[in-house]
Design a protein around this ligand. Structure first.
Ligand SMILES: [Zn+2]
Ligand SMILES: [Zn+2]
Length: 386
């Protein structure tokens, strides 16, 4: 693949300077659509809100694949010190979606100008990966009916992994992520007369401890699972027993059956604990992203492409499972495919700072690496047939 990456580094830094939150990626989507059109793609905007799909069709094969990048930023104030830091206080590209967009655009240009493909390529630029479910929104807007794909792929940068290393994994890779708000309703009263109240604070303390036994006592020790009580709120004064306490939970699993078990045990424990303390419990359960499961056959093909085009020590065939979550999981529920990681830098390397941190920055050295991989994958899956 020839040079010319400087313009994509500049484009990445321009996107970085102008981050946009979920479903507000208007400027970003505009940049993406204009570039794709310029290279001859058939472009559809406004898919699932601010999503963009670029279609490139060559030859007469009916094969079609989808490559996905995400475009949204996070509500974080940047402290990376980079010259291209966000100009919007309280908003930054702290997950590298600016880089994902730039990598796919760099590949898009090469494929349009020089790509040896026979079939249809759909480049999917989605909004709102960070909790907004932009992938689902695009699917509800007919993504795969309007732009059919035999297989879909996505790539996310990963700090802590050496720059440019490609990490694959067959089967479950990213966790489901559910949210629950538990309200314990008791009876408030004077702090000096607890016998005339039903104290929800003591009940909440017991619930928090009881929840720790779900992962340690109910889940198979060989299965990953997380229950985090990230917020607890109740009471205002030392001599007043409040009438309610609120708990906020994050619940994660890497297996759908474990995900179901976690919900069931949380509901049972909270109900039993509440009853034993004489308070009422209400649980508002909000399902989030699904477990991300990579298709075995598509992952084998994606890995084989990496092994053919990159040095052996740059390709990891069996990466770890992660407890983070990713809404590409929904696309993989509909269409077989694979999600891979690209190392953003490890140790002293630039890019080692973890995502969602104010000091994070995407490693621009990955623009050529990621683009080369996307081109190789597209040319392999849509290779002209003899
Ligand atoms: Zn993120
Ligand atoms: Zn991300």
């Amino acid at each position: 693949m020839p040079g010319g990456f400087a313009e994509f580094v500049a484009l990445r830094r321009d996107l970085h300077r102008h981050p946009e939150l979920a479903f507000a990626e208007h400027r970003t989507a505009g940049v993406v659509a204009a570039q794709l059109r310029h290279w001859g793609y058939h472009v559809t905007e406004g898919v699932g809100g601010t999503g963009v799909v670029g279609r490139l069709q060559r030859g007469d094969s009916t094969r079609c694949i989808g490559l996905r990048a995400d475009m949204d930023a996070l509500p974080i104030t940047e402290a990376s010190g980079a010259a291209w830091s966000s100009v919007h206080a309280g908003c930054m590209h702290a997950c590298g979606h600016d880089g994902h967009t730039a990598m796919l655009l760099a590949a898009a240009r090469h494929l349009a100008l020089h790509g040896r493909i026979d079939g249809t390529l759909h480049l999917i630029f989605q909004p709102a990966e960070e909790g907004g479910g932009g992938a689902l929104k695009m699917m509800e807007d007919g993504l795969f009916e309007r732009f059919p794909c035999d297989a879909v792929f996505a790539m996310h940068n990963m700090p802590g992994v050496p720059q440019g290393h490609l990490v694959f994994r067959s089967g479950p890779m990213m966790a489901s992520s559910d949210y629950a708000t538990i309200t314990l309703q008791g009876t408030g009263g004077h702090g000096a007369m607890p016998h005339r109240a039903n104290d929800p604070i003591v009940a909440a303390a017991s619930v928090v401890l009881a929840l720790q036994t779900v992962v340690s006592r109910n889940v198979d020790p060989l299965q990953p699972a997380v229950i985090t009580v990230g917020a607890i709120e109740g009471g205002k004064a030392n001599n007043v027993i409040p009438d309610a306490v609120r708990l906020e939970l994050s619940v994660r699993a890497l297996d759908p059956a474990v995900r179901t078990l976690l919900e069931q045990r949380i509901r049972e424990l909270v109900a039993a604990q509440a009853q034993s303390f004489g308070v009422q419990a209400h649980i508002d359960w909000r399902p989030g992203y699904a477990v991300l499961v990579n298709d075995a056959q598509q992952t084998r093909r994606a890995l084989a492409v990496a092994q053919r085009h990159f040095p052996a020590d740059q390709v990891q065939a069996e990466g770890p499972m992660l407890t983070g979550s990713e809404d590409f999981a929904f696309m993989l529920q509909r269409v077989p495919g694979s999600y891979l990681l690209i190392g953003n830098g490890a140790g002293d390397q630039h890019g080692a700072c973890m995502v969602h941190n104010p000091g994070y920055d995407f490693n621009d050295a990955n623009i050529p690496t990621g683009a080369r991989y996307w081109v190789a994958l597209a040319e392999d899956l849509l290779s002209p047939q003899p």
